[in-house]
Design a protein around this ligand. Structure first.
Ligand SMILES: Cc1ncc(COP(=O)(O)O)c(C=O)c1O
Length: 438
């Protein structure tokens, strides 16, 4: 049986029978906000490591084994595919179940009273993780919804141009094709090298695709197929000097490594919280700079709002509100583990396996070697094997689950371990690669 650390939900029957409505709503709101972060194995061992620098703790497998015990993992295979969806730790999962029970208990009353206030509070909590103010953040369902709202909702005129990369995510590229057909927008693509010589090489690449007609540039903070982290701030500064807005695809970045959205200087930023922040499925975020809040067309029309009120972009219809509430639980878990510790461990794991195969004559690592250009995700191929065959053989012969990537200058499997991945699992993976490459 798990214990709640924080305040428990107040069952309705325990509330005074006669209560004025305002009081009742306030109490309900507080009750639903008390994130019941369930007891974690971590709570008992964090004190011991409180003074250990994150980079030193990164290689301490004993500590990370304890983190692993906060997860229920399928024993059938080694999961090196956390990039699509992060399995959530048991304390967050338990919180989500409690939130679902509470919403089901309150029913329409919850939906008609505090659901929107609570969602706003989740955005406030998230804004602290993102390093921005909550007036610029909305909770969406995922990166696709966030970024497609910007691409589709930008006030395009015929002949306007947009720039993005071959390595960008398919759903966004397809949305650019749609606005191209619909509004006569011209799209230009660049191809990001897997091993750039410098930040300037990448900035130059995007700069060369910009013309006087360019309005919007899309760029990945971390390219999902390789794990390559791009120099976003420099790209934004270059684009702004040319009068171009920048929309950042940060699907893989929130909860993965530390940064501050405002310092990136971008105009829009979208992410999926069910990836590295480990919030239950169907949670995302969109950041919009003040000056663009009133110019975007929302996906779903909202009633009139005051100028600058970002909620005009956040009409969703009825949706699983208990997942929104779980954002708080996931952030509590993330903060408890520590963002610096998590980033350091994820980078350590990636560098642990990739450094063992980078110089192999038949193995190609498609991710930059410099630490600041990657974190937990990397991509690896074997020269004589198609990526699909590599992924199949890893699963069939070695019980290692990955995903094959075969486009945009990237041939290999994406490898995305998680905080629960052990060094022993990565050793199995490295041996598998070497055997296949021999
Ligand atoms: C770079 C990138 N952008 C966008 C997405 C879309 O994310 P979602 O399906 O959560 O909307 C993904 C998904 O993997 C991605 O990797």
């Amino acid at each position: 049986m798990h214990q709640t650390i924080n305040k428990k939900l107040i069952p309705l029957e325990k509330q005074p029978a006669i209560m004025n409505k305002r009081d009742f709503i306030r109490k309900l709101s507080l009750a639903t906000l008390a994130s019941p972060l369930y007891a974690s194995v971590l709570t008992s061992c964090l004190e011991e490591v409180a003074n250990v620098p994150a980079n030193d703790l990164a290689s301490n497998d004993d500590f990370w084994q304890k983190v692993r015990s906060d997860y229920k993992l399928k024993p059938d295979y080694i999961n090196l595919e956390s990039g699509y969806y992060n399995i959530i730790p048991t304390p967050t999962l338990n919180s989500m179940v409690e939130h679902a029970k509470m919403v089901n208990y309150e029913g329409s009353y919850y939906m008609r009273t505090v659901q929107w206030d609570n969602k706003k509070r989740m955005a406030q909590k998230l804004a602290k993780v993102l390093g921005c103010t909550s007036k610029n953040v909305i909770i969406t369902r995922n990166t696709t919804e966030s970024l497609d709202m910007v691409i589709k909702g930008y006030p395009w005129k015929e002949g306007d141009e947009a720039v993005f990369a071959n390595q960008d995510y398919g759903a966004m590229k397809v949305m650019f094709e749609q606005v191209s057909r619909r509004y006569g927008v011209v799209t230009k693509t660049v191809s990001v090298p897997n091993h750039p010589k410098s930040d300037e090489e990448i900035v130059e690449l995007y700069a060369n695709a910009i013309t006087p007609n360019t309005r919007l540039l899309m760029v990945c903070h971390m390219i999902n197929i390789t794990g390559h982290i791009l120099p976003i701030k420099k790209i934004c500064q270059m684009a702004h000097n040319k009068g171009v807005q920048v929309m950042v695809d940060g699907a893989h970045c929130v909860g993965h490594f530390e940064y501050n959205i405002e310092e990136l200087e971008c105009d829009y930023y979208g992410s999926s919280l069910h990836k590295w922040l480990a919030v239950p499925l169907g949670t995302g975020m969109l950041y919009v700079k003040d000056e663009h809040i009133d110019t975007l067309w929302p996906i779903f029309a909202e009633h009139d709002r005051e100028p600058g009120d970002i909620s005009r972009l956040n009409h969703t219809g009825t949706h699983p509100v208990h997942h929104d509430l779980s954002i708080e639980s996931a952030i509590d878990y993330y903060n408890m583990l520590g963002s610096a510790r998590k980033e350091a461990r994820l980078r350590y794991l990636q560098e642990y396996w990739s450094s063992k195969v980078r110089n192999h004559p038949n193995i190609v690592v498609n991710t930059p070697v410099e630490s600041h250009r990657s974190c937990g995700i990397a991509n690896v191929g074997i020269k004589s094997m198609k990526p699909a065959d590599l992924a199949k053989s890893l699963m069939d012969d070695y019980k290692i689950f990955t995903v094959a990537i075969d486009y945009a200058n990237v041939q290999g499997c994406r490898i995305s371990p998680n905080v629960f991945t052990t060094i022993a699992e990565l050793d199995v993976f490295v041996n598998a690669l070497k055997e296949m490459a021999a």
